[in-house]
Design a binder for this molecule. Structure first.
Ligand code: GTP
Ligand code: MG
Length: 434
């Protein structure tokens, strides 16, 4: 129901990661437990031509269904789908893209099973997992595809040798042992000498995997009055088993990985900030960077400099005046944790703005109050504080967090008190550590 009192559960809790703009999106689908699935359905080893053709048919259906997929590459039980760089498919929402792709692929796999295995019953439901990865430029997307094809080559060469050895009578263990530590050249020699097989003569689909893309082809659109065909170039989804590592394929198919055009206001899409989840307590922990050096330069007392700790506390008090949503602060040594109320709307809960303003304000208070606490000590080095934000959904966990920090305080202080008492009594620092 729109705008009901319950609608906030969607508005405030449902966050969908949007994949960053101006990146090629790759969705890689991989068969779940296909080792078992291929056994159950008695796939030929190492390559079952029909199983691979079924995968290719599914990929072809994907390109026909989703025009934003510009290229697909498949091997074994996996398929990678490349979406064009500037796709706005489901507003680039990751979960939508992933689930839809993998679901449609699976659906076609089951539907077409009978076409490729007319005499084999589908004994269990096949299923696939999927992930999405973004590649920002032509080099990285090309390298991704090259990586998959190199993987295909290495696995296929190994598997071809392995199953030839097994089929010739060796046990699987013995075959594995025979191939251990061999290079590509050795495997080719093994195939040639023991089995009179030239690896390069093996089917290209096994060696190169399958590439699916749109190719310009002349198609007959109609027959004219004189019975002659009228042909027009049209894009048709094609499956090829070719080298995609070298430049040649890409030089001849420049339309596939074309870079997107800049659109009006496009740059704004990059400024996506993480929004801290609602109804969570936000803890911002600030800690001094390189404070060992800082305390040495300013000759702070060891292990605790009371004035320096009071300065940290005074800065923390100012923080709490400045940010009324902070309900509690806890500090020791050179760190301070600030607990923001679960309902805080500071900077609309944008993580980077909360973090940066807190660490900046704390630093500023620390420096402006310095003179008050150390009237006879010049501030010789600029102090720096880093900050991180952690979200806790329950108050109980916030309390656990604070307990943990106090336990840390106790442990480090007890150690340091002993350590510096020993040093002050004449022991060297190194001796004490041992
Ligand atoms: P997960 O993906 O982690 O669920 O495991 P998986 O069992 O699917 O293994 P993985 O994806 O790592 O490897 C794919 C497996 O599918 C291979 O190890 C083979 O056992 C099997 N497979 C894929 N294609 C063929 C084929 O053409 N013939 C045969 N016999 N098996 C194949
Ligand atoms: Mg798998």
């Amino acid at each position: 129901m729109a705008n009901s009192e319950y609608e906030y559960v969607k508005r405030e809790f449902e966050f969908d990661r949007r994949l960053p703009p101006s990146n090629w999106i790759v969705v890689r689908i991989d068969g779940c437990h296909f080792h078992r699935f291929s056994k159950v359905h008695a796939f030929e080893k190492p390559n079952d031509e029909n199983a691979l053709r079924l995968m290719n048919a599914c990929a072809t259906a994907m390109l026909e269904k989703f025009p934003d997929i510009v290229f697909a590459y498949g091997v074994s039980d996996e398929y990678s789908f490349v979406f064009r760089e500037e796709t706005e498919f489901y507003h680039r929402r990751e979960s939508k893209i992933l689930s839809l792709c993998v679901s449609y692929f699976t659906s076609v796999y089951v539907m077409k099973w009978k076409d490729f295995f007319p005499n084999k019953e589908l004994k269990e439901p096949p299923y696939f997992d999927a992930r999405a990865v973004c590649y920002p430029n032509l080099k990285t997307i090309r390298d991704y595809l090259a990586w998959r094809q190199v993987d295909c080559h290495i696995n296929n060469q190994y598997n071809t040798c392995f199953w030839m050895l097994v089929k010739s009578g060796k046990s699987e263990q013995a075959a594995q042992l025979a191939l251990k530590g061999t290079f590509a050249k050795d495997k080719n020699e093994l195939l040639a000498q023991q089995f009179q097989i030239n690896y390069d003569d093996e089917p290209a689909m096994f060696r190169k995997g399958s590439s699916v893309y749109r190719e310009k082809v002349e198609t007959t659109v109609k027959i004219d009055d004189y019975g002659s065909p009228i042909k027009r170039p049209a894009l048709k989804v094609t499956v090829a088993h070719v080298d995609i590592i070298g430049p040649e394929f890409w030089e001849n198919h420049q339309h596939i990985l074309r870079e997107g055009k800049f659109m009006h206001e496009f740059v704004k899409k990059f400024g996506i900030d993480r929004i801290l989840p609602p109804c969570n307590w936000v803890v911002v922990r600030i800690s001094g960077c390189q404070f060992d050096q800082f305390s040495l330069i300013h000759s702070l007392d060891k292990p605790n400099d009371e004035t320096a700790l009071s300065l940290m506390n005074a800065s923390a008090s100012l923080m709490m005046e400045q940010y009324p949503d902070i309900v509690f602060g806890y500090g020791f040594n050179n760190e301070y944790s600030f607990v923001f109320h679960e309902k805080t709307e500071l900077y609309q809960r944008q993580e980077s703005l909360i973090l940066s303003s807190c660490s900046s304000y704390f630093t500023s208070c620390y420096m402006t109050k310095w003179k008050e606490f150390f009237p006879h000590k010049e501030l010789m080095q600029t102090p720096r504080f880093e900050a991180e934000a952690v979200c806790y959904p329950k108050l109980k966990i916030v309390c656990e967090y604070l307990t943990w920090r106090q336990a840390e305080c106790h442990a480090s202080n007890q150690y340091n008190t002993c350590f510096w008492m020993l040093v002050k009594s004449g022991k060297s620092e190194l001796g004490n550590i041992i």
